[in-house]
Design a binder for this molecule. Structure first.
Ligand code: FES
Ligand code: FES
Length: 176
């Protein structure tokens, strides 16, 4: 399969049954995407596949063939500046253990791409597939609304392209 992950092209032989989340974590070393339930219920493993948020434990790696995957590790700008969602989660105290945070942020990013000015009800609806066992959700909603306002004012930073600070990839980086 050929896939672009966080701006880097990879070509890999994978077993047809390999899940995307295991490909990202075990083959590419992108452990910023956690596994919670492995059954599609918690949302912790959410990434973006061709612009749409998906639970990567419910997608086969081969389904990403020819596609573009963005993980939480691809959101920061080229200078390492946090994405407004990452900043807002930090500033609004929207995480405690942080296990749900990558998935929350990726699902929220999908929402804000579709709806740049959501109500708090719309934020809650969009995140209903993402579970948090720590925060009670209030600050998460607050953070998404704060990030939405920031994105409306200033837009999103350009993605980093090649994420230099990622762990060493074990997949085959494509030779251009
Ligand atoms: Fe994928 Fe829980 S680990 S939804
Ligand atoms: Fe712990 Fe959400 S911050 S699960």
């Amino acid at each position: 399969m050929s896939v672009n992950v966080d701006g880097v092209d990879y070509q890999d032989d994978v077993e047809p049954r390999l899940l995307l989340v295991h490909y990202l974590r075990d083959r590419l070393g992108r452990t910023g995407t956690p596994i919670g339930c492995d059954t599609g219920n918690c949302g912790a493993c959410t990434v973006e596949l061709d612009g749409v948020s998906v639970k990567s434990c419910q997608v086969l790696a081969v389904q990403a063939d020819g596609g573009r995957v963005t993980t939480i590790q691809g959101l920061a700008g080229p200078d390492g500046a946090w994405h407004p969602l990452q900043k807002a989660f930090h500033e609004q105290h929207a995480l405690q253990c942080g296990y749900c945070t990558p998935g929350m942020i990726m699902a929220a990013r999908d929402l804000l791409a579709e709806n740049p000015d959501p109500t708090s009800e719309e934020v809650r609806d969009a995140l209903e597939g993402n579970l948090c066992r720590c925060t009670g959700y209030q600050n998460i909603v607050r953070a998404v609304l704060a990030a939405a306002a920031e994105l409306r004012r200033h837009g999103a930073p350009e993605p980093r392209g090649k994420a230099a600070d990622l762990p060493q990839a074990t997949g085959q980086e494509a030779r251009a």
